[in-house]
Design a protein around this ligand. Structure first.
Ligand SMILES: Nc1ncnc2c1ncn2[C@@H]1O[C@H](COP(=O)(O)OP(=O)(O)O)[C@@H](O)[C@H]1O
Ligand SMILES: [Mg+2]
Length: 266
Protein backbone atom coordinates (compact mmCIF):
# COMPACT_ATOMS: atom_id res chain seq x y z
CA UNK A 1 0.00 0.00 0.00
CA UNK A 2 1.40 3.42 -0.92
CA UNK A 3 1.98 6.17 1.61
CA UNK A 4 -0.85 8.23 0.14
CA UNK A 5 -3.32 5.36 0.53
CA UNK A 6 -2.32 4.75 4.14
CA UNK A 7 -2.89 8.34 5.12
CA UNK A 8 -6.31 8.26 3.44
CA UNK A 9 -7.36 5.11 5.32
CA UNK A 10 -9.93 6.51 7.76
CA UNK A 11 -9.79 3.25 9.74
CA UNK A 12 -6.33 4.08 11.07
CA UNK A 13 -7.66 6.83 13.33
CA UNK A 14 -10.53 4.68 14.61
CA UNK A 15 -8.17 1.79 15.29
CA UNK A 16 -5.83 4.10 17.21
CA UNK A 17 -8.70 5.28 19.41
CA UNK A 18 -9.73 1.69 20.13
CA UNK A 19 -6.15 0.68 20.91
CA UNK A 20 -5.85 3.58 23.34
CA UNK A 21 -8.26 1.70 25.61
CA UNK A 22 -6.21 -1.50 25.51
CA UNK A 23 -3.31 -1.71 27.93
CA UNK A 24 -1.29 -4.43 26.18
CA UNK A 25 -1.55 -6.52 23.03
CA UNK A 26 0.18 -9.88 22.69
CA UNK A 27 0.61 -11.66 19.37
CA UNK A 28 0.72 -15.44 19.77
CA UNK A 29 2.77 -16.40 16.78
CA UNK A 30 5.01 -19.06 15.30
CA UNK A 31 5.28 -18.97 11.54
CA UNK A 32 4.39 -22.64 11.56
CA UNK A 33 0.93 -24.19 11.48
CA UNK A 34 -0.32 -26.88 13.82
CA UNK A 35 2.09 -26.07 16.64
CA UNK A 36 -0.61 -25.05 19.13
CA UNK A 37 -0.86 -21.28 18.68
CA UNK A 38 -4.64 -21.35 18.99
CA UNK A 39 -4.49 -23.67 22.00
CA UNK A 40 -2.01 -21.33 23.67
CA UNK A 41 -3.86 -18.12 22.72
CA UNK A 42 -7.28 -19.34 23.90
CA UNK A 43 -6.10 -21.03 27.10
CA UNK A 44 -3.96 -18.03 27.93
CA UNK A 45 -6.85 -15.61 27.38
CA UNK A 46 -9.24 -17.67 29.51
CA UNK A 47 -6.77 -18.15 32.37
CA UNK A 48 -5.96 -14.44 32.41
CA UNK A 49 -9.68 -13.62 32.49
CA UNK A 50 -10.12 -16.13 35.31
CA UNK A 51 -7.45 -14.31 37.31
CA UNK A 52 -9.59 -11.17 37.12
CA UNK A 53 -8.20 -9.32 34.13
CA UNK A 54 -10.20 -7.78 31.30
CA UNK A 55 -9.21 -9.81 28.26
CA UNK A 56 -10.11 -9.86 24.57
CA UNK A 57 -9.10 -12.40 21.96
CA UNK A 58 -8.79 -11.49 18.31
CA UNK A 59 -8.69 -14.51 16.05
CA UNK A 60 -6.52 -13.13 13.26
CA UNK A 61 -6.14 -16.49 11.53
CA UNK A 62 -8.45 -15.59 8.66
CA UNK A 63 -7.38 -18.75 6.78
CA UNK A 64 -8.07 -21.24 9.58
CA UNK A 65 -9.96 -19.51 12.39
CA UNK A 66 -9.95 -21.71 15.49
CA UNK A 67 -10.49 -19.50 18.53
CA UNK A 68 -14.27 -19.20 18.22
CA UNK A 69 -14.44 -23.01 17.93
CA UNK A 70 -12.35 -23.59 21.07
CA UNK A 71 -14.39 -20.97 22.93
CA UNK A 72 -17.59 -22.43 21.47
CA UNK A 73 -18.95 -19.02 20.50
CA UNK A 74 -21.36 -18.91 17.63
CA UNK A 75 -23.32 -15.71 18.21
CA UNK A 76 -22.97 -12.91 15.74
CA UNK A 77 -21.38 -9.89 17.42
CA UNK A 78 -24.05 -7.41 18.49
CA UNK A 79 -23.95 -3.94 17.08
CA UNK A 80 -24.35 -0.68 18.93
CA UNK A 81 -23.44 2.91 18.14
CA UNK A 82 -19.82 2.29 19.23
CA UNK A 83 -19.24 -0.68 16.93
CA UNK A 84 -19.45 -4.47 17.00
CA UNK A 85 -19.62 -5.95 20.50
CA UNK A 86 -17.75 -9.26 20.64
CA UNK A 87 -19.54 -12.19 22.27
CA UNK A 88 -18.16 -13.12 25.69
CA UNK A 89 -17.14 -16.68 26.54
CA UNK A 90 -15.51 -17.71 29.83
CA UNK A 91 -14.93 -14.03 30.61
CA UNK A 92 -13.15 -13.37 27.29
CA UNK A 93 -14.42 -11.07 24.54
CA UNK A 94 -13.91 -13.13 21.39
CA UNK A 95 -13.83 -11.70 17.86
CA UNK A 96 -13.32 -13.92 14.86
CA UNK A 97 -14.14 -13.86 11.18
CA UNK A 98 -15.67 -17.28 11.76
CA UNK A 99 -18.55 -15.66 13.67
CA UNK A 100 -19.61 -14.12 10.35
CA UNK A 101 -18.85 -16.93 7.89
CA UNK A 102 -19.76 -19.84 10.20
CA UNK A 103 -17.36 -22.49 8.96
CA UNK A 104 -17.99 -21.78 5.26
CA UNK A 105 -15.01 -21.66 2.91
CA UNK A 106 -13.81 -18.15 2.22
CA UNK A 107 -11.32 -17.63 -0.59
CA UNK A 108 -9.15 -14.72 0.57
CA UNK A 109 -6.40 -12.97 -1.34
CA UNK A 110 -3.49 -11.33 0.45
CA UNK A 111 -5.12 -7.95 -0.06
CA UNK A 112 -8.44 -9.31 1.21
CA UNK A 113 -6.74 -10.65 4.35
CA UNK A 114 -5.22 -7.24 5.05
CA UNK A 115 -8.61 -5.59 4.69
CA UNK A 116 -10.32 -8.12 6.97
CA UNK A 117 -7.80 -7.55 9.75
CA UNK A 118 -8.19 -3.80 9.49
CA UNK A 119 -11.99 -4.04 9.40
CA UNK A 120 -12.03 -6.27 12.49
CA UNK A 121 -9.73 -3.88 14.34
CA UNK A 122 -11.70 -0.83 13.24
CA UNK A 123 -15.17 -2.21 13.94
CA UNK A 124 -14.69 -4.15 17.16
CA UNK A 125 -15.65 -2.27 20.30
CA UNK A 126 -13.49 -4.00 22.90
CA UNK A 127 -13.97 -1.32 25.53
CA UNK A 128 -11.26 -1.09 28.18
CA UNK A 129 -9.02 -4.15 28.17
CA UNK A 130 -5.99 -5.14 30.21
CA UNK A 131 -4.92 -7.50 27.42
CA UNK A 132 -5.82 -8.20 23.82
CA UNK A 133 -4.47 -11.61 22.84
CA UNK A 134 -4.09 -12.10 19.08
CA UNK A 135 -4.14 -15.60 17.61
CA UNK A 136 -2.15 -15.38 14.36
CA UNK A 137 -2.06 -17.53 11.22
CA UNK A 138 1.01 -19.46 10.11
CA UNK A 139 3.51 -17.73 7.85
CA UNK A 140 5.08 -14.32 7.65
CA UNK A 141 2.59 -13.00 5.11
CA UNK A 142 0.03 -10.26 4.83
CA UNK A 143 -1.82 -10.86 8.08
CA UNK A 144 1.21 -10.83 10.35
CA UNK A 145 2.66 -7.83 8.53
CA UNK A 146 -0.64 -5.95 8.84
CA UNK A 147 -0.87 -6.76 12.55
CA UNK A 148 2.71 -5.65 13.14
CA UNK A 149 2.16 -2.43 11.23
CA UNK A 150 -1.23 -1.63 12.73
CA UNK A 151 -0.62 -2.62 16.35
CA UNK A 152 2.95 -1.31 16.24
CA UNK A 153 4.46 -0.34 19.55
CA UNK A 154 1.32 -1.46 21.41
CA UNK A 155 2.31 -5.03 20.81
CA UNK A 156 4.62 -7.70 22.08
CA UNK A 157 4.71 -11.37 21.14
CA UNK A 158 4.98 -14.93 22.36
CA UNK A 159 6.50 -17.46 19.97
CA UNK A 160 5.30 -21.07 19.95
CA UNK A 161 7.43 -23.88 18.55
CA UNK A 162 7.74 -27.68 18.64
CA UNK A 163 10.74 -29.69 19.88
CA UNK A 164 11.87 -30.47 16.32
CA UNK A 165 14.54 -28.88 14.13
CA UNK A 166 11.99 -28.65 11.30
CA UNK A 167 9.80 -26.45 13.46
CA UNK A 168 12.62 -24.21 14.64
CA UNK A 169 13.86 -23.77 11.07
CA UNK A 170 10.54 -22.08 10.27
CA UNK A 171 9.96 -20.35 13.60
CA UNK A 172 13.41 -18.74 13.35
CA UNK A 173 12.10 -16.64 10.41
CA UNK A 174 9.27 -15.22 12.48
CA UNK A 175 11.64 -14.39 15.32
CA UNK A 176 13.86 -12.50 12.90
CA UNK A 177 10.86 -10.67 11.46
CA UNK A 178 9.55 -9.69 14.91
CA UNK A 179 12.96 -8.47 16.03
CA UNK A 180 13.52 -6.46 12.86
CA UNK A 181 10.03 -4.97 13.30
CA UNK A 182 10.81 -3.96 16.92
CA UNK A 183 8.05 -6.18 18.31
CA UNK A 184 9.36 -7.36 21.69
CA UNK A 185 9.42 -11.14 22.09
CA UNK A 186 8.32 -12.00 25.63
CA UNK A 187 9.59 -15.53 25.15
CA UNK A 188 9.55 -18.87 23.35
CA UNK A 189 7.19 -21.67 24.37
CA UNK A 190 7.90 -25.25 23.31
CA UNK A 191 4.65 -27.17 22.85
CA UNK A 192 4.22 -30.97 22.70
CA UNK A 193 7.54 -31.58 24.47
CA UNK A 194 6.49 -34.59 26.57
CA UNK A 195 3.44 -36.73 27.21
CA UNK A 196 1.44 -35.31 30.10
CA UNK A 197 0.45 -38.64 31.66
CA UNK A 198 3.76 -40.56 31.41
CA UNK A 199 6.29 -37.68 31.19
CA UNK A 200 7.97 -39.55 28.32
CA UNK A 201 9.38 -37.57 25.39
CA UNK A 202 8.22 -39.09 22.09
CA UNK A 203 10.17 -36.46 20.15
CA UNK A 204 13.73 -36.97 21.27
CA UNK A 205 14.96 -33.47 20.45
CA UNK A 206 14.34 -30.29 22.43
CA UNK A 207 15.03 -27.35 20.19
CA UNK A 208 12.96 -24.58 21.78
CA UNK A 209 15.43 -23.70 24.51
CA UNK A 210 18.38 -23.37 22.13
CA UNK A 211 16.26 -21.37 19.70
CA UNK A 212 15.46 -18.90 22.48
CA UNK A 213 19.08 -18.60 23.56
CA UNK A 214 20.23 -18.19 19.95
CA UNK A 215 18.24 -14.94 19.83
CA UNK A 216 18.77 -13.94 23.46
CA UNK A 217 15.07 -14.21 24.32
CA UNK A 218 13.50 -15.91 27.33
CA UNK A 219 12.62 -19.60 27.18
CA UNK A 220 9.23 -19.85 28.85
CA UNK A 221 9.13 -23.61 29.22
CA UNK A 222 7.76 -26.83 27.80
CA UNK A 223 4.09 -27.68 27.38
CA UNK A 224 2.96 -31.31 27.42
CA UNK A 225 1.21 -33.32 24.73
CA UNK A 226 -2.07 -33.59 26.55
CA UNK A 227 -4.76 -35.79 25.01
CA UNK A 228 -7.33 -34.54 27.49
CA UNK A 229 -6.61 -30.92 26.52
CA UNK A 230 -7.08 -31.75 22.86
CA UNK A 231 -10.33 -33.60 23.59
CA UNK A 232 -11.92 -30.85 25.67
CA UNK A 233 -10.75 -28.18 23.19
CA UNK A 234 -12.56 -30.15 20.48
CA UNK A 235 -15.67 -30.07 22.65
CA UNK A 236 -15.34 -26.31 23.21
CA UNK A 237 -15.21 -26.96 26.95
CA UNK A 238 -12.95 -24.17 28.20
CA UNK A 239 -13.63 -24.78 31.90
CA UNK A 240 -12.29 -28.35 31.52
CA UNK A 241 -9.40 -27.15 29.34
CA UNK A 242 -8.33 -24.84 32.18
CA UNK A 243 -8.02 -27.86 34.48
CA UNK A 244 -5.62 -29.79 32.24
CA UNK A 245 -1.86 -30.35 32.60
CA UNK A 246 -1.49 -28.30 29.42
CA UNK A 247 -3.17 -25.26 31.02
CA UNK A 248 -1.24 -25.69 34.28
CA UNK A 249 2.10 -25.74 32.43
CA UNK A 250 1.06 -22.71 30.38
CA UNK A 251 0.09 -20.72 33.47
CA UNK A 252 3.49 -21.48 35.05
CA UNK A 253 5.11 -20.03 31.92
CA UNK A 254 2.90 -16.94 32.03
CA UNK A 255 3.71 -16.43 35.71
CA UNK A 256 7.38 -16.15 34.72
CA UNK A 257 6.36 -13.08 32.72
CA UNK A 258 4.13 -11.69 35.47
CA UNK A 259 1.28 -11.87 32.98
CA UNK A 260 -0.85 -13.79 35.42
CA UNK A 261 -1.08 -14.08 39.18
CA UNK A 262 -3.21 -15.89 41.71
CA UNK A 263 -5.20 -17.99 39.30
CA UNK A 264 -6.86 -21.07 40.75
CA UNK A 265 -7.33 -23.52 37.89
CA UNK A 266 -8.71 -26.57 39.65
N1 LIG B 1 -0.13 -29.71 23.82
C1 LIG B 1 -1.06 -30.31 23.07
N2 LIG B 1 -1.53 -31.55 23.40
C2 LIG B 1 -2.45 -32.16 22.64
N3 LIG B 1 -2.97 -31.64 21.52
C3 LIG B 1 -2.55 -30.42 21.15
C4 LIG B 1 -1.59 -29.69 21.90
N4 LIG B 1 -1.36 -28.50 21.29
C5 LIG B 1 -2.16 -28.49 20.20
N5 LIG B 1 -2.88 -29.64 20.12
C6 LIG B 1 -3.84 -30.00 19.09
O1 LIG B 1 -3.20 -29.88 17.82
C7 LIG B 1 -4.06 -29.28 16.88
C8 LIG B 1 -3.40 -28.00 16.35
O2 LIG B 1 -3.36 -27.05 17.40
P1 LIG B 1 -3.67 -25.52 17.11
O3 LIG B 1 -3.67 -24.81 18.40
O4 LIG B 1 -4.88 -25.40 16.24
O5 LIG B 1 -2.37 -25.14 16.25
P2 LIG B 1 -2.07 -23.81 15.40
O6 LIG B 1 -3.00 -22.75 15.88
O7 LIG B 1 -0.63 -23.51 15.66
O8 LIG B 1 -2.28 -24.17 13.97
C9 LIG B 1 -5.38 -29.00 17.58
O9 LIG B 1 -6.31 -30.00 17.24
C10 LIG B 1 -5.04 -29.05 19.06
O10 LIG B 1 -6.09 -29.55 19.84
MG1 LIG C 1 -4.47 -21.62 14.91
Amino acid sequence: MSKTNTSLDFREGIIRKRLDKINRTILVTSGKGGVGKSMVATTMAASMAKSGMKVGLLDADVYGPSSAFIFKVKDLPREDRHGLLPPVSNGVKVMSLDLFVKGKPLPISGKGARQIIKELLALTEWGDLDFLIVDTPPGTGDVLMTLIKTLGNKSSSIVVTLPTALSTSIVRRVIELLLSSQIPILGVLENMSYIASSKTRPIQSSEGKSLASEFGVKFLGELPIDYEASKVADAGDMQSLLKTDFARALVISLEKLNLIKNVELS
